[in-house]
Design a protein around this ligand. Structure first.
Ligand code: SF4
Length: 458
């Protein structure tokens, strides 16, 4: 008899591999990271369809062109290995794009047949040394072992692991923000600069994936973290990493601590007041400066607005879903504003989710459902009995929210059915303000829409 461990799939009798997962493909996260490095082109070792799918997802969220190279497996490579495809593909990319770096991630197929990326790299250099004009960073990203967020963190770690150098300690701070929006990245840069700190933000796709119009076609959009800055992460005075579920993970911050003794500070995603306070407090300690008045005022305005809007959100019920650390940050924020997250769901499976969530949101009621490895079919099945007032998460929750005739507040990734997903601000007091206004207005909008009277003054 086959015995299935509790934490292994299939996790329910009705399990089907074709259900609508509340997570995305692992190399997708890695590709986004690589596009946040200056002059870097993502390169998928595996089947061509994977790069098409990932490009389609990223483009329809960011509304920017996105080239992803592929070693383009065919039947033979799937059986005998894709070494020659990898070599040919890498050389083609170097010739056509002249990148500063190639970020090579594996797809499910390459992982399934056990492709050994360090060996492929070694063979490439052995055979074509003089034609290898750019460094190549490799990362293993089997989708059946993780989510887009795992691929994201793995790629950031691979970059510092393979490129960071030791050196005399500088006053700079490394910031590993996780998979946040382009607007969030711009805000983080503004905040750290206002504290007077030098920093390396990795990755930084705030320009490459949300840039200006071009006068001339750019094969690889300008912007991104410079390679020199990544090399210097080994001599920073500290690393700040967002993600409560990463406490035990092998992350970029953990890698730099181990290899170069760079102190690591792990914080939750700074969503809402408490988590943002912790971030500003840490920056204050690292810089030796108090929080600039500009941000104290933002916090003050936010608190004032919570009082103004309290009567509209108090005791409302929300379904929150998405990647683990985003859900944790959102749940913490919702509890602060008087909303009860009745279901916190993720497709991730860090096994840290519920513990980290309850630590970040101590006001979360004990009977709120917290579900790892949940999919959208399960969310839709569970939702009616919970009587939510709204959903908050990516656009993939639209159908479940629509079935219940409740609003969906679109945050995170992907947002495919609206414009501006890359400009949604989540972080800091400014992000909390934007989220709060959107939540309140979504509820007011729903109230007006369903009112038989049609109040104009709420
Ligand atoms: S096969 Fe794997 S790597 Fe390719 S698109 Fe599907 S989940 Fe992603």
């Amino acid at each position: 008899m086959n015995v299935i461990a509790e934490d292994e799939e299939p996790c329910s009798k009705n399990f089907s591999s074709t259900r609508n997962a509340c997570k995305l493909c692992t190399p997708l996260g890695a590709c986004l990271v690589f596009r946040g490095v200056e002059g870097c082109i993502p390169f998928l070792h595996g089947s061509q369809g994977c790069s098409t799918y990932i490009r389609r997802y990223l483009i329809s969220h960011f509304r920017e062109p996105m080239d992803i190279a592929s070693s383009n497996f065919h039947e033979e490579s799937a059986i005998f290995g894709g070494s020659s495809n990898f070599q040919q593909g890498a050389l083609n990319v170097m010739r056509q794009y002249q990148p500063q770096l190639i970020g090579a991630a594996t797809t499910c197929l390459a992982e399934t047949i056990g492709e050994d990326m360090p060996r492929l790299l070694h063979d490439l250099r052995e055979k074509h040394g003089p034609r290898v004009t750019a460094p190549i960073v490799t990362v293993s990203t089997a989708s059946y072992r993780g989510t887009h967020i795992d691929g994201f963190h793995a790629a950031v770690k691979a970059l510092v692991d393979q490129l960071a150098q030791p050196g005399e300690t500088t006053g700079a701070v490394n910031l590993f923000p996780g998979m946040v929006s382009a607007a969030d990245l711009r805000l983080l840069k503004e905040i750290i600069t206002d504290f007077g700190l030098n920093y390396t933000l990795l990755p930084d796709y705030s320009e490459t994936m949300d840039g200006e119009t071009w006068l001339h076609y750019e094969k690889l959009q300008s912007g991104g973290t410079p390679l020199k800055a990544i090399a210097a992460t080994g001599s920073a005075k500290a690393s700040v990493e967002f993600g409560r579920t990463l406490a035990t993970g092998e992350t970029a911050g953990a890698c730099l601590l181990k290899k170069f003794s760079v102190p690591r500070h792990l914080l939750g995603l700074p969503i809402g007041i408490r988590e943002s306070d912790a971030f500003f407090q840490l920056l204050s300690e690292l810089s030796g400066h108090p929080t600039p008045v500009k941000y104290q005022r933002e916090r003050g305005r936010l608190v004032d607005s919570l009082i103004d809007g309290h009567k509209y959100v108090f005791e409302k019920r929300a379904i929150v879903y998405g990647e683990e650390d985003l859900v944790i940050g959102l749940a913490s924020f919702l509890c602060e504003i008087g909303v009860t997250p009745v279901l916190c769901a993720t497709g991730g499976h860090s096994k840290q989710f519920e513990k980290a969530l309850r630590e970040a949101a101590p006001l979360l009621p004990a009977d709120s459902l917290v579900k790892e490895r949940f999919d959208f079919a399960e969310i839709a099945e569970t939702a009616p009995a919970l009587e939510p007032d709204f959903f908050i998460g990516s656009s993939k929750g639209y159908r479940a929210a629509r079935d219940l005739k409740v609003p969906l507040v679109r945050v995170g990734f992907p947002i495919h059915d609206r414009i501006g997903g890359q400009r949604v601000l989540h972080l800091g007091y400014r992000g909390a303000q934007e989220l709060y206004d959107r939540v309140v207005n979504a509820l007011l909008d729903a109230k007006q829409e369903t009112s038989t009277v049609g109040y104009a003054y709420l």
